[in-house]
Design a protein around this ligand. Structure first.
Ligand SMILES: Nc1ncnc2c1ncn2[C@@H]1O[C@H](COP(=O)(O)OP(=O)(O)OP(=O)(O)O)[C@@H](O)[C@H]1O
Ligand SMILES: O=P(O)(O)OC[C@H]1O[C@H](OP(=O)(O)OP(=O)(O)O)[C@H](O)[C@@H]1O
Ligand SMILES: [Mg+2]
Length: 283
């Protein structure tokens, strides 16, 4: 059987989460900082550790079969690849920002101004759509210091918490692109059995991450009220207890409305609520 190749970031913001995701998929491999390629011992897969900028082209050209990279990098490199799975980490936005005292307040104020960025293609597309002519200054990093140094009037860069902008006396005024890490593949070749197997494993890990397993006790008289609050994977399991007036309910609830649900359940008579992480959900 052909060995699959996956390209992930060698070091940086996406490296740790990419490695963790592959390990959570049950893949065994050594992760030495010095090795740029490693084999998985229990799946026909090789992992290539690359600069993130190179990953989209490696996949487009078939050097790697699949890759994990930020959507921002895919858009910037203008490659034609298939999006196989959004991965839910590396979430950030590309924003326009200016010094706090700048007269630039909105996108149209950028006409004729200089904008520093590491994403000239995405910025250029955006400015063309907005019908604005500006001078794009392409730099490879530390974009936030450009206005302070007199290189540009504005910047266009990655923002997550916003603390880098704040620390450099900048404020955002327009969001252009939202990004997260994506599993990409070569167009037309995304349906091979090995890729599909890996996608299924990844989905079972992501599904598990989005949900919690909960166990609670409730008096039988309140059971119906409690069950109505529990959507679950299917219907919840209801298990009898030594005290015949009480039952234990086991189910899965989404992480995102976890605290609201817990309070509603308590209000409906649930007691002794246990909440546990789930490793995988296989559908
Ligand atoms: N502050 C952030 N919060 C969340 N995600 C981020 C943040 N900064 C960057 N990212 C995402 O992580 C990706 C990798 O960021 P990183 O800063 O490690 O890139 P890099 O310095 O270009 O790395 P490389 O050395 O691989 O070229 C970005 O392309 C983006 O998708
Ligand atoms: O909104 P924040 O949470 O402050 O994050 C934004 C910063 O994160 C990224 O840089 P990173 O720290 O990865 O360093 P880099 O410049 O070496 O890529 C990005 O280029 C911003 O500078
Ligand atoms: Mg890079």
């Amino acid at each position: 059987m052909k060995t699959l190749k996956i390209a992930i970031q060698k070091s940086g913001r996406l490296n740790e989460k990419s490695v963790e995701l592959l390990k959570n998929c049950g893949l065994n491999f050594e992760n030495y900082k010095s090795s740029l390629i490693t084999s998985v011992s229990n799946f026909p897969l090789e992992i290539l550790f690359l600069r993130d900028d190179d990953i989209p082209e490696y996949v487009q050209d078939g050097i790697a079969d699949i890759g994990i990279v930020g959507e921002n990098v895919i858009q910037e490199t203008k490659v034609d690849v298939a999006y196989l799975q959004r991965l839910g980490f590396g979430k950030c936005k590309l924003k326009l920002a200016v010094p706090v005292n700048s007269p630039i307040q909105k996108v149209s104020d950028l006409e004729g101004k200089a904008i520093a960025t590491s994403y000239p293609n995405i910025l250029n597309n955006f400015l063309q759509k907005e019908d604005i002519k500006a001078d794009i200054k392409t730099i490879s990093g530390s974009v936030e210091i450009a206005p302070g140094l007199g290189l540009s009037d504005a910047i266009f860069d990655i923002v997550s918490t916003g603390s880098t902008l704040k620390n450099n006396g900048l404020q955002p005024f327009a969001d252009v692109v939202s990004s997260e890490a994506i599993l990409i593949g070569r167009k037309g070749e995304e349906n091979t059995p090995l890729i599909q197997e890996l996608i299924q494993r990844i989905q079972s890990v992501l599904r598990a991450k989005d949900n919690k397993y909960i166990v609670l006790n409730v008096e039988k008289v309140n059971l119906e009220k409690v069950v109505q609050l529990l959507p679950g994977v299917k219907s919840p399991s209801v298990i009898t207890l030594a005290d015949e007036n009480w039952v234990a309910v086991h189910t899965v609830i989404p992480e995102k409305d976890f605290w609201n649900r817990i309070n509603e359940l308590k209000g409906a008579g649930a007691q002794g609520i246990l909440v546990m992480p789930i490793e995988k959900i296989i559908m």
